[in-house]
Design a protein around this ligand. Sequence first.
Ligand code: ADP
Ligand code: ADP
Length: 226
Amino acid sequence: MARLELRRLRKRYSGSTDVLHDIDLSIDDGEMIVVVGPSGCGKSTLLRMVAGLEAISSGELVIDGECVNDQEPAERDIAMVFQNYALYPHMSVFDNLAYSLKNRGTPKAEIAQRVEATAQLLDIGALLERKPRQLSGGQRQRVAMGRAVIRKPRVFLFDEPLSNLDASLRVQMRQEIRALQQRLNITSLYVTHDQTEAMTMADRLVVMNAGRVEQVGTPMALFRKP
Ligand code: ADP
Ligand code: ADP
């Protein structure tokens, strides 16, 4: 759990004009914020800045009162889930889940225990010996979620995680992701261009356009607007 604050965040890629202008946003402990807006409005850039994958041009990113602008991605304790899953194709599901813990020198017994607990949580316990290519789309998405969850991050970032799934699976997975996020109570920033997904998953919606936040509010409040 964590409180995440974006204070006048600005992004300018080298040789271009600003693609994000003074983004101000506070995300409460355990809150799920969904960011919607047309392609090119800056949603991915925003997530990548929070993750530490893009430099912040100006402004401050604050987690639990501490400015993390200068922290490396690994130090920020943030997990990101992508639409293409980013699983290691040559590794088993077990090794995909264990990877980040191994990297941090977690003892073997603890790794085994956490992989098992995570697999149970995501209902992928029967798949641990498989390679990603031997999984269905929904199963891959669960493994990707498991990889994010196993580190017990302070913040979850989701970049259009369901856009490669067919329609019925998308509905099922968005319910599963939302249930898991609420159960673990992890502060989350979720980007999608799917209005229904946004409406059904968000505690609050952020509507972006051309690098600016245009509206912030609960789905009910924004939906009621004429
Ligand atoms: P969205 O995720 O909403 O589609 P992006 O964050 O991907 O938007 O892009 C926002 C703007 O920044 C777009 O105009 C895009 O062309 C530009 N942009 C994205 N990545 C780069 C980059 N690496 N270098 C320069 N411009 C970029
Ligand atoms: P989807 O159409 O949802 O992507 P698939 O048709 O790929 O699903 O897979 C259906 C089921 O078959 C899943 O339970 C998946 O785990 C299993 N499966 C798919 N490919 C393989 C494989 N190469 N080896 C073992 N099981 C597989």
